[in-house]
Design a binder for this molecule. Sequence first.
Ligand code: PMP
Length: 396
Amino acid sequence: MAGIMLQKWLQDQLDGLRSNGLYNEIDPLQGANGPTIRISGRTFVNLSSNNYLGLATDSRLIDAAIAATRQYGAGAGAVRTINGTLELHAELERKLAAFKHTESAIAYQSGFNCNMAAISAVVDGGDAILSDELNHASIIDGCRLSRATIIRYRHSDMDDLRAKAMEARASGKYAKIMVITDGVFSMDGDIAKLPDIAAIADEFELITYVDDAHGSGVLGGGAGTVKHFGLSERIDLQIGTLSKAIGVVGGYVAGSKLLIDWLKVRSRPFLFSTAQPPGPVASCIAAIDILSSSEELQAAMWARADYLKRGLKALGFDIGRSETPITPVMIGDESLTQTFSRELYEAGVYAKGIVFPTVPKGAGRIRNMPTAAHTESMLDEALSAYERIGRKLGVI
Ligand code: PMP
């Protein structure tokens, strides 16, 4: 009986999502997630991956994964604190610390896991967190898990942050207060105002936490948003992912030696979830080596991003407040956004529409992710589809 009740509830929920156009159909790729992709036998220009530098398909990363898999096996065999820590994990962590200009670093199975791990390891029920209202879902979940009091401030509104920090400090209710922000906001591509956040943190003695999933490998010569602003010594916790610019999978926290020593004994995904497999870890090491020795890929990525942005703006599209390769084309209405995205798909351009609840109601947009691996002719193909569909649907 209970089984039937669950089935009925699930059916109702899914029907509701489908009838509101909110059910996300997943299209499996027939091959790599590169600048072009194949789905159902058709080839598309791919503007939806986070593979900023094209490293996901780089032969140096693939060769490193194959060699490490042969040497160490397919899996790490245990959690990091039992005997799942391989020399490879230690090497990756040393290289990440050097790459991020911090004393130390710790790697996790994903960026999502990092936020589950790190937030609740440093704050708890007696503390407060000041969190930007547009922070990523994994930050929101990590904050909830910590049981700290969550105080949201308006997106990048430094007056609001300052007022709320002052009030929280004056209340005398909290032992520790932490401010958390994305380094680069994933739906708009704008950069957090880290110098102002650091100044407010100094004034009210806040712990500072920056999730730089979209800034690492992209800003600051690759080291990320914190380095971009010259704040490497000042930010307490820098979170990164190994799944976007680095092109593989995994996440990390970079910071002081004391912080990392603490996370190694207190952060639950490190203690209770099996270590990253050898192959991907070796690929990540290869990627960090590449990024540490040359800025060629970043330069190519910025050139392609500028090309796409200039093209879209020249056509009359609104790309919002983007300051990074993340390029939203603002549409507004949810169903118009989905129609636009479907028409792009028909034209051979894969660019997902992003609508409520991922972004606020009425703020639908198509999110474009140009990468180092795109050629100008691929982007020209996308731009001509944008032009034709934009005119047809009255967006430009
Ligand atoms: N933080 C932010 C800001 C992100 O955009 C993402 C990726 N969607 C994550 C964390 C999670 O990273 P991962 O995909 O490595 O789990």
